[in-house]
Design a binder for this molecule. Sequence first.
Ligand code: GDP
Ligand code: MG
Length: 441
Amino acid sequence: LSERLSGVFERLTRQGALSEDDVRTALREVRVALLEADVSLPVARDFVNRVQEQATGQAVTKSVTPGQQVVKIVHDALIDVLKGEGDPGKLKIDNPPAPILMVGLQGSGKTTTTAKLAKRLTERDGKRVLMASLDTNRPAAMEQLAILGTQIGIDTLPIVKGEDPVAIARRARTQASLGGYDVYMLDTAGRLHIDEELIRQAAAVRDVANPRETLLVVDGLTGQDAVNVATEFDAKIGVTGVVLTRMDGDGRGGAALSMRAVTGKPIRFVGLGEKMDAIETFEPERIAGRILGMGDIVALVEKAQETIEAEQAEKMMKRMMKGQFNMNDLSMQLEQMLKMGGMQGMLGMMPGMGKMAKQVEDAGFDDRVLRQQIALIRSMTKRERANPQILQASRKKRIAAGAGMEVSDLNRLLKMHRQMGDMMKKMGKMGKGKMLKQAMK
Ligand code: GDP
Ligand code: MG
């Protein structure tokens, strides 16, 4: 996938300007590339449509090639799809003993992941964890968990021959309560394919254990199939999250993308090897970078955008200090303020403006007002923005009406602009420009 995408974007990055047609052509190839990486058809289609919309609406950023900009948009959209709500690494384990049910196909990495997570919960969260193998299909599987437990110093439920999974789950709960464990993990049996027996057994265990978390373990190397597995398990058992294993190999993050898009279930952890420490909290940025195989370009674009913003801010500062502070500057300033947590947040960051921040707060100056002011400025012509002093009654009326506001609102804005301009000029004369610039960084 990455090679293919690199090819597409390489071609784009070499072109000077990017037309809407270019975006469409590029995204058509992105779609094919996604499909080749086993992203399911509807997911790839939705994804591409989404990016097309975003890319088309966006102004071309200067000093970044259009191709790079598309990369950034594709990358951000990927992260958007991959990202779940909340912290993926935080398991619901209050009210001890909390049961965690591990499900998935045979060989997906359930037993390994059970031990890895138990170790993590013990070391990071100081939890006491008990592990129990419910894999009665393969006696060796129960042994496997016991051996891992000894290796990492985590208790396992003693093996009793001839017990069925439901009975083991009950015994695990009793043992966890009596033994004062915070968490008990139930490692279930898997099969090569989803079948009725597998689901029936998992459902029976679920009903007994009433798990706080049901984690579906999926081999990250499987493509399309991962989606079917996830959909099926979620429909029949109900899962609270997914663990993607074998992401240390050259797995195609494609499975992650479509599983996430289709089931809406959060990906919680990523398995990165056979060792007991080889597990990490899922980071959408990393998988996105991997799917695209071009994290460097994305970083480069981000850097460029930062630079552009910094340059603009610096230019504006210089003009302001000279008393050339027009409506374009104010508008930019206001939008910056919105980004930086509103007027109060912004003024609070400037030295000596704490008092003004307070006044602004008392005046009920919130983000809504900022947006209204930006709307007023947008409603001005280019000339008016550059020379706000030419605004007389009729122009004012037109501008206010255009923004759906009153002339009095506009007058307030103009007054604020004048005051800010005066203040900036004063500060420029006092030589405090440096200090202010510092504060704005
Ligand atoms: P189960 O049948 O679902 O319980 O799967 P196992 O936990 O027994 O794992 C099957 C094989 O996959 C074992 O050899 C594990 O060491 C290996 N394995 C599990 N997780 C990972 C991983 O994240 N990366 C790699 N490279 N191997 C893994
Ligand atoms: Mg197993």
